[in-house]
Design a binder for this molecule. Structure first.
Ligand code: ATP
Ligand code: LTN
Length: 313
C-alpha cells in the first residue's frame, strides 16, 4: 500500500512563487510515489473576513492553479474542504482536547491577530485545530508544506498522540515534509520577511500570473545586500534568496549557480534570473486557461466523493 500525503492551500489572494516553490512543486513531485490528497481549504479562509461571491470564485480558481501546476486528477484527489462535512465535525472533537495555551503559542495566530487576542475571531484561534482535522481524517503519513506551517504540524502530532493515548489507537501520526531549498522564499522587498499573499507591498512577491514585464521589473527592483559577490551566504539574505529562486527554477546545483555568476554583477544576475523565472512559469501560465468551470466542477465533485469515502472510514 502506498503511503498517503495530504496538503492544502487557502483560496485567498493570488498564489506567488513562494507557494509554488515551497509547496505545490513538491506536491507534483510526490504524487507518483504517494496516494495524494490536495484540498482547497475554503473553511480556513473564513478565519479572516471574505466576500462570499469572491471566495467561491477564488476557490474554483485555486483548483485551476493546482491543475496548471501539474497536479494530475488521475493520480491525486483534489477537493474543496467544505464539501466534506467531516472536517468541521472532527474539529469540534479535537477542540475538546486542544489546550488554550498551546493555541496561544502559535506564531501565525499572533501575527494574524495583530497583537489583540481580545478582538481576534475564535476561528482564527482554532485555525490549527481545523488543519489538524484535515490531516488526521485521512490517516496521512506525510504533509508537504512550507516552513511557516511546521509549528501547526507539531500541534497536529501532539493532538493525535493525546487522542490515541486517551481513547485508543485511532490516528496515524503524520510527518512533516519541508523542502531543503525553497521552504521559506523571502519578500523581494524585505528578505527578513517571507514572500506573502497578504503583504501590502505587491512588489515583494512574484505572483504566478504576473506577466514577463512585471516579473522583470520586480526582480530589477528587488533589494540586494552590500558586497558584490553572488554566493549562497546566509549573512547576505537578499542575494541568498534570489540565488535560491534561481537554483529552484533552473534545477541547477548550488555550485553550478555560483559558477554561473562568478565575476558577474547584480545587473547581469537579475536579468538572467528574470528570464529564468519567466521561462519557469510559462508552461504553468499556458495551462491555466485549459480548464473551464464545468471541467473543474466535475473534477472537484469526483474528488469530494473520494475524500468523503476515505474520511468516513
Ligand atoms: P501567505 O502567507 O502567502 O498569505 P498562506 O500562509 O495564506 O500564504 P497558503 O496559500 O494556505 O498560505 O499556503 C500554501 C502553502 O504555501 C503552504 O504550504 C505554505 O507553507 C507555503 N508557503 C507560503 N508562503 C511561502 C513562502 N514564502 N515560501 C515557501 N512556502 C510558502
Ligand atoms: N494552514 C495551511 C493550509 C492548510 C494545510 C492543511 C496544509 C490547511 N490545512 C492541511 C497542509 C495540510 C497554510 O499554508 N496556510
Amino acid at each position: 500500500m502506498k503511503q498517503r500525503i495530504f496538503s492544502g492551500a487557502q483560496p485567498t489572494g493570488r498564489l506567488h512563487l513562494g507557494n509554488y516553490l515551497g509547496a505545490l512543486k513538491n506536491w507534483v513531485a510526490l504524487q507518483d510515489e504517494y496516494d495524494s490528497i490536495f484540498c482547497i481549504v475554503n473553511l480556513h479562509a473564513l478565519t479572516l473576513p471574505q466576500d462570499p461571491k469572491t471566495l467561491r470564485q477564488k476557490t474554483l480558481d485555486l483548483a485551476r492553479v493546482y491543475l496548471a501546476a501539474g497536479v494530475d486528477p488521475e493520480k491525486a484527489t483534489i477537493f474543496i474542504q467544505s464539501d466534506v462535512a467531516a472536517h468541521a465535525e472532527l474539529t469540534w472533537v479535537l477542540a475538546c482536547i486542544a489546550r488554550m495555551g498551546e493555541l496561544e503559542r502559535m506564531t501565525q495566530f499572533k501575527d494574524k491577530a495583530k497583537g489583540s487576542a481580545e478582538r481576534a475571531g475564535v476561528g482564527l484561534f482554532s485555525y490549527p485545530v481545523l488543519m489538524a482535522s484535515d490531516i488526521l481524517l485521512y490517516q496521512t503519513n506525510l504533509v508537504p508544506v512550507g516552513q511557516d506551517q511546521k509549528q501547526h504540524l507539531e500541534l497536529t502530532r501532539d493532538l493525535a498522540e493525546r487522542f490515541n493515548r486517551d481513547f485508543g489507537e485511532t490516528f496515524t501520526i503524520p510527518e512533516v515534509y519541508i523542502p531543503k531549498a525553497g521552504a521559506r522564499i523571502k519578500s523581494l522587498q524585505d528578505p527578513t520577511k517571507k514572500m506573502s499573499k497578504s503583504d501590502e507591498n505587491e512588489a515583494g512577491a512574484i505572483f504566478l500570473d504576473d506577466d514577463a514585464d512585471t516579473i522583470a521589473k520586480k526582480i530589477k527592483r528587488a533589494v540586494t545586500d552590500s558586497g558584490t559577490e553572488i554566493t549562497f551566504d546566509e549573512t547576505r539574505p537578499a542575494i541568498h534568496n534570489l540565488l535560491t529562486i534561481y537554483q529552484l527554477v533552473t534545477g541547477k546545483s548550488e555550485q553550478e549557480c555560483v559558477e554561473n555568476f562568478s565575476g558577474k554583477g547584480y545587473g547581469q544576475f537579475k536579468s538572467e534570473l528574470a528570464e529564468a523565472v519567466v521561462e519557469y512559469l510559462r508552461p504553468f501560465q499556458e495551462r491555466i486557461s485549459a480548464y473551464d468551470d464545468d471541467a473543474l466542477n466535475a473534477i472537484l465533485k469526483t474528488g469530494a466523493e473520494k475524500a468523503r469515502s476515505i474520511a468516513s472510514v
